[in-house]
Design a protein around this ligand. Structure first.
Ligand code: FE2
Length: 235
């Protein structure tokens, strides 16, 4: 397992305790939307209108989050990789190639944030939540005992992530796991396959919920989480 998912804020011991020390070789996510054929990298379109997630997440939040933050990561990444060996590399490869390279941290951060945000937009949908598709539901029940237990663990990870970061449901070996990661860190660098994520940077919720991160997280899980996207990623 690569170390880079353990970057700032989480040491290797803590990370291994989270994932139960599993030796994972799930491979990099094969979700096709993030690959690119040529530079510069384009900001992927939102999969819905900016107001489609209201009232859980306002159009104003999405406008800033997607139109300023996500776009900013893409633009910065393009600026950083222009004329370098990363210029024509698929996004996932840039992330993996720059993880653990301290001299490439700005590229890693902007590449991982570009990927994480696209994954986040797809992890949500209007009228989400509810029951997952049958195959995913079975996997959730095998791994957590029940959907309720899975959602509780995901919420706890999202709420307890100190400062900025992400909560993830991933496939680790043949089991589903809940993880949290600080800053731009992504399970891709540990060879884990993400199914869904929740952004818990303050820019994801502060305009709507101020300091009430738990309210944002619980509303996202019960009303927006895109189980169909998760099922597609499970394969
Ligand atoms: Fe974000």
């Amino acid at each position: 397992m690569k170390e880079s998912f353990v970057r700032p804020g989480m040491n290797r011991r803590q990370f291994l305790s989270v994932i139960g020390g599993a030796a994972v070789a799930a491979g990099v996510s094969t979700i096709p939307t993030f690959a690119r054929a040529a530079a510069p990298l384009a900001l992927p379109p939102l999969p819905y209108a900016e107001n489609a997630l209201e009232p859980v997440i306002s159009a104003r939040t999405i406008s800033f989050h997607y139109g300023k933050h996500h776009k900013g990561y893409v633009n910065k990444l393009n600026e950083l990789i222009k004329g370098t060996k990363f210029a024509d590399m698929p996004l996932e490869q840039i992330i993996i190639a720059t993880s653990e390279k301290t001299n490439e941290t700005p590229i890693f951060n902007n590449a991982a944030q570009t990927w994480n945000h696209t994954f986040y937009w797809n992890s949500l949908r209007p009228n989400g939540g509810g029951a997952p598709p049958a195959k995913l539901k079975k996997k959730i029940e095998e791994s957590f005992g029940s959907q309720e237990a899975c959602e509780k663990e995901l919420a706890e990870a999202a709420v307890s992530q100190f400062a900025s970061g992400w909560a993830w449901l991933v496939l680790a070996g043949d089991k589903l796991k809940v993880l949290k990661s600080p800053n731009a860190n992504t399970p891709l660098t540990a060879g884990l396959k993400p199914l869904v994520t929740i952004d818990v940077w303050e820019h994801a919720y502060y305009l709507d919920y101020q300091n009430r991160r738990a309210d944002y997280v619980n509303a996202v899980i019960s009303k927006l989480i895109n189980w169909e996207f998760a099922a597609k990623n499970l394969g």
